[in-house]
Design a protein. Structure first.
Length: 130
């Protein structure tokens, strides 16, 4: 199956990811996934999907840390090479970005990982014979 085709549940990977990033239900793509900034709703207010399956763990935070580190470090290096601003300006620019970027990205990364969990029917690993 190619990336553009719909899966057996009728939704393509792109639509599922978009729903997660936008904080929508991974099943119907209409209901709310979150009841707060990062707190999950107990179930979808549109289709009634129970979100008990959803456990993104530390995955979103790890991805956000990696992306933020890459972006901030890269931009700081480029800025230093091209303009060589004073250190206080580096601290102001990159310190602010290092705080703001994770706050902006964390919710959408969490939604995307939960949507992927739903799409691929991921569940907790179990040892053989249990």
């Amino acid at each position: 199956m190619s990336h553009g085709e719909a899966s057996p549940d009728g939704q393509g990977l792109g639509a599922t990811l978009a729903a997660g990033i936008l904080g929508r239900c991974p099943a119907c793509h209409r209901g709310k996934l979150f009841r707060g900034y990062l707190a999950l709703a107990p179930k979808c207010d549109n289709c009634g999907l129970d979100y008990a399956f959803a456990d993104s763990g530390d995955g979103p935070a790890v991805f956000v840390i990696l992306v933020t580190g890459f972006v901030v470090t890269g931009l700081a290096l480029i800025t230093e090479i091209l303009y060589a601003p004073p250190y206080w300006l580096h601290a102001l620019l990159w310190g602010s970005l290092a705080i703001a970027l994770p706050l902006l990205l964390l919710r959408s990364f969490k939604g995307a990982l939960i949507a992927l969990q739903f799409k691929h029917k991921a569940e907790e690993g179990k040892l053989a014979g249990q």
